[in-house]
Ligand binder design. Structure first.
Ligand code: CMP
Length: 139
């Protein structure tokens, strides 16, 4: 068992489809062992996406990620990082496979409904950025 970090993004909370996304997560045997609905501040969003700070899309990304509530989550399961990336589909929904969250729900490459960690190292960093260990309940 291992863990990954997920964000259900503002385009999804605005359309009230967080339950539909969680249903897909759970149907694929990932367990939501922590979850909270929050509004990201500019500082928190910039810190989270610091790796992208030199990218052309950075300012738009921060504006979008602070435009409405998000759901931050910890998911647990076998090969959770890889499994969730498969369930999410490609960053750009035009390239995402049928049945993936982004193919089903994403609006475009920015408003792509979900974020998931890209490695075990980053999942630990991202989980620690938003959660205390005592907020994570897996049994
Ligand atoms: P995410 O997986 O959260 O990682 C970075 C985010 O930046 C990405 O999803 C999108 O929401 C956003 N983004 C906007 N434009 C691009 C782009 N051209 N390439 C990658 N990510 C982009």
């Amino acid at each position: 068992m291992n863990r990954t970090f997920s964000i259900i993004k503002p385009d999804a909370t605005k359309r009230n489809i967080t339950g539909a996304i969680n249903k897909i997560i759970e149907e694929n045997n990932l367990v939501i062992i922590a979850q909270k609905r929050i509004k990201l501040s500019k500082d928190i969003a910039e810190g989270f996406y610091a790796i992208h700070k030199d990218k052309s899309f950075f300012n738009d990304l921060i504006e979008y990620m602070t435009s409405g509530p998000v759901i931050v989550q910890v998911l647990e399961g076998e090969n959770a990082v890889e499994k969730y990336r498969g369930i999410m589909g490609a960053t750009n929904p035009e390239n995402a496979e049928d049945g993936t969250i982004r193919k089903l729900f994403a609006l475009n490459i920015q408003e792509n409904s979900v974020h998931g960690s890209d490695s075990d190292t980053n999942s630990k960093i991202e989980i620690n950025y938003f959660f205390d260990e005592n907020e994570i309940i897996n049994n």
